[in-house]
Design a protein around this ligand. Structure first.
Ligand code: ZN
Length: 264
């Protein structure tokens, strides 16, 4: 079990013990009770926003390997122009990637989703609407949303997809429960370019990802802007990143390879 999840269990039991002691024994001083409550709340918050801690569920965020292998992933597409530009760069460098697709964008551009698969890349789910409050929705609604995105991707590509990266990457207890019911694998990242933000420069994004190169790294970029309101920089970041990957002796492998070794 991930250490952060064990810590949550320990803190939960500790909290119950403190409560029982306050009820049946000597009440603990208020400042201590408040400090314990704040620490607990903070830990839950960190567990949601840092999926790599795997507090509320198992998350594939790094490959369990010693080999100098990394996986490339893209979020927020498909987009009729920008996704194709990313595909061109990947093709020129003969590099595989996984695209986490937004359901309603697949509905609008099914031919682009199909082009991704035809080019030999993998696809995953990135929710249907990219709802920013996803982590607060009910598990039933999340399960339904995942299933809807799944149907859309299957209609476009013929593939039944079970990799799921939640919007913004937050894994709340609700997201973990919804994903479990939908029988999908939660996927996060070990390094991200922050290129989903308009202000991020090509240089910044490339350097962030290059710093994150390590065996089993899962790198996160965006082939489209979340709201399609600016031009993504991934086509410019990729050449720099791929040069560094080559220069440091790393190899880009399909994300599924990390899935196999992550079991158990
Ligand atoms: Zn996203």
């Amino acid at each position: 079990m991930p250490p952060a999840r064990i810590a949550l269990w320990v803190m939960t039991l500790g909290g119950i013990a403190l409560m029982l002691r306050s009820l049946f024994g000597e009440p603990i001083p208020l400042p201590y009770a408040l400090a314990a409550f704040l620490a607990y709340t903070l830990w839950i918050g960190l567990g949601v926003v840092l999926p790599q801690l795997e507090v509320f569920g198992d998350v594939l965020w790094r490959g369990d390997t010693e080999a100098k292998e990394v996986a490339l992933t893209f979020d927020d597409g498909p987009h009729p122009e920008h996704t194709r530009r990313v595909l061109e760069v990947l093709k020129a460098r003969s590099v595989p990637a996984t695209f986490f697709l937004v359901g309603n964008k697949v509905a609008a551009h099914p031919e682009v989703a199909r082009a991704i698969v035809d080019a030999g890349h993998a696809v995953g789910l990135h929710s249907y609407h990219h709802d920013r409050l996803y982590a607060l929705r009910s598990p039933a609604r999340i399960t339904e949303d995942i299933a809807r995105a799944q149907r859309e991707v299957e209609a476009a590509t013929g593939q039944r997809v079970s990799l799921f990266r939640p919007p913004i990457g937050y894994v709340s207890p609700r997201v973990a429960a919804g994903a479990q019911r939908a029988q999908v694998t939660l996927v996060a990242w070990s390094a991200k370019g922050r290129d989903g933000l308009r202000r991020t420069t090509v240089e910044e994004a490339a350097q962030r990802l290059i710093r994150g190169l390590e065996p089993g790294a899962i790198l996160l970029l965006h082939d489209a802007a979340e709201r399609d309101d600016f031009e993504p920089i991934a086509p410019e970041v990729l050449p720099q990143l791929l040069d560094a990957i080559d220069a440091q002796g790393y190899r880009v492998v399909p994300l599924e390879r990390f899935l196999e070794v992550d079991e158990g």
